[in-house]
Ligand binder design. Sequence first.
Ligand code: 5GP
Ligand code: ZN
Length: 116
Amino acid sequence: MSDNCVFCRIAAGELPTTLLHTSPNTVAFRDLNPQAPTHVLVIPKRHHTDVAALATADPALAGEVLATAATVAQAEGLGANGFRLIFNTGRYAGQEVFHVHAHVVGGAPLGPMLVR
Ligand code: 5GP
Ligand code: ZN
């Protein structure tokens, strides 16, 4: 737990958020600034900086994050038409919050994977 990490504070229940799903080790909540009709963030409760650090330190927990993302996508009705799962990692990817999080986005056609 890092006191100045916003997602650690959400995981600890210290900040208000729209909680969608919790498991013993993960939390899913709506993004504050949605970029698609459905935009959910999935985090491990334990702090890891990014998906590379998480996968190295705790691959089982990385799997739990993916499983929660799939559960949430299904619960949000994204199963039929599909969705995108994004882990921004580091500066070139524009990562803003350095507590690993999966973006689950969908609910409409999402266009090309990358802006050209
Ligand atoms: P990144 O660019 O790091 O991949 O994405 C960070 C995401 O976290 C952004 O989409 C931003 O809207 C979201 N975000 C930042 N602070 C908060 C917060 O306090 N609550 C919620 N629900 N989302 C947040
Ligand atoms: Zn954190």
